[in-house]
Design a protein around this ligand. Sequence first.
Ligand SMILES: Nc1ncnc2c1ncn2[C@@H]1O[C@H](COP(=O)(O)OP(=O)(O)OP(=O)(O)O)[C@@H](O)[C@H]1O
Length: 763
Amino acid sequence: MVELALRLRALSPKSRTPVLALLVSLLVLRSRVVDVPASVLAKLTESARRKKVTPEDVEDALQRVYVDEPDGSKTLLVPYGDKVNKINIKPTPPSVLSSSAKSFPLLSSSHRPTLSRSFLRQLAAILRIAFPSITCRESFILVLHSFFLILRTVLSVGVAKLDGRIVRDLVSANGKGFAKGLGLWFLLAIPSTYTNSMIRHLQSSLSLRMRTRLTRYTHDLYLSSFPYLRYYRVGLEGGLEGVDQYITADIAAFSDSLSTLYGNLIKPTTDLVLFTLSLSRSLGPSGTVLLFVNYYVTASILRAVTPAFGRLAEVERRLEGEFRAGVGRVGREAEEIAFYDGGKREHDILWRAYLRLIKHVNSIFKIRIAYEWTEDYVIKYLWSAAGYGLISIPVLMNRTRSLGVQAGPPQESDSDSPDDAVANRTENYISSRRLLLSLADAGGRLMYAYKDLLELSGLTTRLYTLLSTLHALPALPSISSSSDEITLEHVDVGVPPLNFAIADPDAAENMYDYDMTLGASINPPLVRDLTITLRTGEHLMITGSNGVGKTAIARVLAGLWAPQAGVVRRPDEVLVVPQRAYMVAGSLLDQIIYPHSYAQFARSGRTEEELMGILEAVHLAYLPAREGGWRTRKEWRDVLSGGEKQRMGMARVFYHRPKFAVLDECTSAVSSDVEGRMYEHAKSLGITLITISLRPSLIRYHTQLLTLPGDGTGRAVLTRVGTAEERMGIDREIINLESKLGEVENWQRRLEELNDQLGIQKH
Ligand SMILES: Nc1ncnc2c1ncn2[C@@H]1O[C@H](COP(=O)(O)OP(=O)(O)OP(=O)(O)O)[C@@H](O)[C@H]1O
């Protein structure tokens, strides 16, 4: 070290500086290499460790999907190549959801997307979700994006000036200046091109991040548990169709449109301001005034000819959604359609939906022709003509001034040769010309941005409609808890009302679409004044004709529908098995434990042997071997037969062992012998059954029978089924009656024969 210092001192001061700089840099680098290992090495070892992930680990990640964190967030495990990426996801806190609900009052059905204050309020409400705070990453990207957009404009002004200088030097045959200008030109090209690619990159990042924020918020809102259950109620109570289109395509289109528009709006606006400032210096006050007159005339013309792009965009998204829903329906119901050989019919339906869509898109294209023609004419030709006129002002004035100067007494500036005057005028012309061309370009882009802004208003209305409808669904009434019994007291059961916005008459003068109150259409009750008490061990069967409201009672019991009147009390452990068996995306194991996740299963300490026992009870023990093990992932909806799916539904009951299980015709496709054994098994596990069924043979497993006569009065008749012996008696009677009913045809035939004989005798 000392030797090094001595050698440095021996160097001349001029050559010492770069050596010192080099040494300092080396020291900084060295300190980084020495200091950083703790963090860098941790990362390196982490990635090295991640690289060693075995196929079993990947399999395990696929099965687990996510890990519950102590802070309530979840860490998603995403297998990617030979690694497992971990992504932490924090759910939107319920307090944030409820506080932002105030920003989403429902729009009236007559609302049309335009550039009004209503649009700004809708946009602001959505932006508060996309940019939750000033310090969030999205805000940072936005600031960086804005910086590069402004930098590009500043660089453009520099390029315009340099352009003028190069031509001036060329005209005045200044070789040195020309070469210098050219050198600067290449230097300026480096930040200019880098700025362009950064703008594109930041615009895409911003769009993606906004989409992620909005999708996460929408998911948290849409897939909410009780008491909101918005995913279930948004159609019936919210009256919103095709939510998939809103969540998948519309959010993406909104994010894209907004981030593109930001660039398309900020850049030409700054261009316009900076270029106008630059130009006004060479144009003088009168030229600047004329420039503004030009802007005003252009804006007025284009405003007059602009069609309602917002409304057009909104309709396009809706038709797009209808077409998408049609294609989705065919995919989902493929087998049913195939049984009917309904391909041709579905083809017609889909084609009609597609034609409606493209007819609309085509009409937009046609409308655009006239608009774009006017726009091009105004921006390219009117502005250029105005530009020539404006440029000529300083040039001509310069000339007059220089002529005037020649006539007067000699001055210092008169030493300028006529060549220099021409060179200066050329420089002025080239710079102004370039600025004007850029100005025309900025004006064109601003007009495009105006059209994009109108389209954004359509997308904003779509997204706002989704969020406001989800927010407007009120919480379902909480169900009073009871420990060991289900009680219904004077309960009226009916289809829930549709929530809709009704305009406040006092606000009719108001130009905005807000100040709405919620309205609700009331449906007549299906079942009236229902009073039952069901203790554990008392099994109830609900029967009655189709459409009388049997499942409606199950919906009220589950809390899906609010009772129109009366009180419902029940313990928490009630599981409803629906009529249509639902198979979740995942492994065979996931089917049994649904709605639990694999993580919950692993935590509960329950085993695969136990699951095998459950499958044996529902006579599906062959499934793991047949399908390739518990972790096999398939489209179970298609793989399992109707009866197998229903048995799987019962397997879930045996896995969760609730106090009460509501079985809504969930064994209708199961053979009678297996059905009986499953009922006995459920009872042996201490599960109290509420069965909705039309099969009289199931009565024997119940102690009470609720019959809905369906006579239009909405009354329900509750009868005791009796003791096991009485039930056996009823069974015997049922079998007796069923066999007698089977004989009716024979008796009928015999009666006809006898009548015929009598008739012959009469003749
Ligand atoms: N989402 C809904 N929107 C409108 N009406 C509905 C809705 N769900 C049910 N209903 C109506 O409520 C009535 C009762 O339906 P529910 O499903 O309870 O019948 P059910 O007695 O279970 O009949 P089934 O034996 O055929 O299953 C029916 O007339 C049905 O049309």
